[in-house]
Design a binder for this molecule. Structure first.
Ligand SMILES: Cc1cc2nc3c(=O)[nH]c(=O)nc-3n(C[C@H](O)[C@H](O)[C@H](O)COP(=O)(O)O)c2cc1C
Length: 207
């Protein structure tokens, strides 16, 4: 691993975790790469409540997936979490089949917080499965769109719609069928949310 010297940069990846009972959970997360005393570390900050957080604490580990198939990012935030996996024997985990790279992680430190605990995990294995082909603007737009959709209940809808409209340019110019599909899921989720909001504001006041 070649950690950036600006090691507070956030990288958008997908974490695969398992519950105590072994159930798989897949979630996009922003992580930081650190290197301390020759040890490669990953810092994760999940907002509570979080299944990823619960699973990491339960099994003291996770798998970090570097993915450019952005359908996983858009899929996870729109209820499509069923992505193919492969076993990671190093920590009894699972990685995404389409990961370009995976890191098997072991929890070494946790700082609890009412809102956003800080988990530090040590890299115990790294494996490359496919090359990174370079940046694609539509992929970046889908990741950004997925962040907005994951905050549908937190941000004003007009702001989300405005930001998605700006990102649409990159989709129109550079999307492959995968990003078109992912973008469609995001737009659908926003439309559903808009309809729910409209229905709620049209409903008569509580009895
Ligand atoms: C690109 C991207 C980055 C994200 N980063 C974080 C993060 O750092 N922390 C977090 O709690 N949620 C993050 N989210 C939102 C989570 O993926 C989503 O809310 C998820 O359901 C987390 O909760 P869970 O662990 O219960 O699945 C991110 C979403 C996207 C699309």
């Amino acid at each position: 691993m070649n950690p950036s010297p600006a090691n507070d940069v956030i990288h958008e990846v997908v974490l695969t975790t398992r519950s105590a009972a072994g159930t798989l959970h897949i979630a996009p997360m922003g992580v930081r790469y650190r290197r301390e005393a020759g040890v490669d570390l990953i810092v994760v900050m999940p907002f509570k409540p979080s299944t990823t957080l619960d699973n990491i604490l339960a099994r003291r580990g996770a798998v970090l997936n570097v993915v450019t198939d952005t359908r996983v990012f858009a899929g996870c935030v729109t209820g499509r979490r069923d992505w193919p996996t492969e076993p990671v024997p190093a920590n009894d985990g699972l990685r995404l089949a389409q990961a370009l790279r995976h890191l098997a992680l072991e929890l070494v430190d946790q700082r609890d917080d009412a809102q956003r605990p800080v988990l530090t995990l040590r890299v115990i294995e790294q494996a490359d499965h496919a090359p990174f082909l370079g940046f694609n603007r539509a992929q970046a737009a889908v990741v950004e769109g997925a962040v907005l959709v994951s905050r549908l209940r937190l941000l004003p809808l007009e702001r989300i719609e405005r930001e998605l409209a700006a990102l649409q340019v990159a989709i129109d110019k550079t999307a492959s069928p995968n990003e078109h599909e992912a973008w469609g899921w995001l737009l659908e989720a926003v439309e559903r949310h808009r309809q729910v909001q409209a229905a709620a504001s049209a409903a008569p006041e509580g009895r």
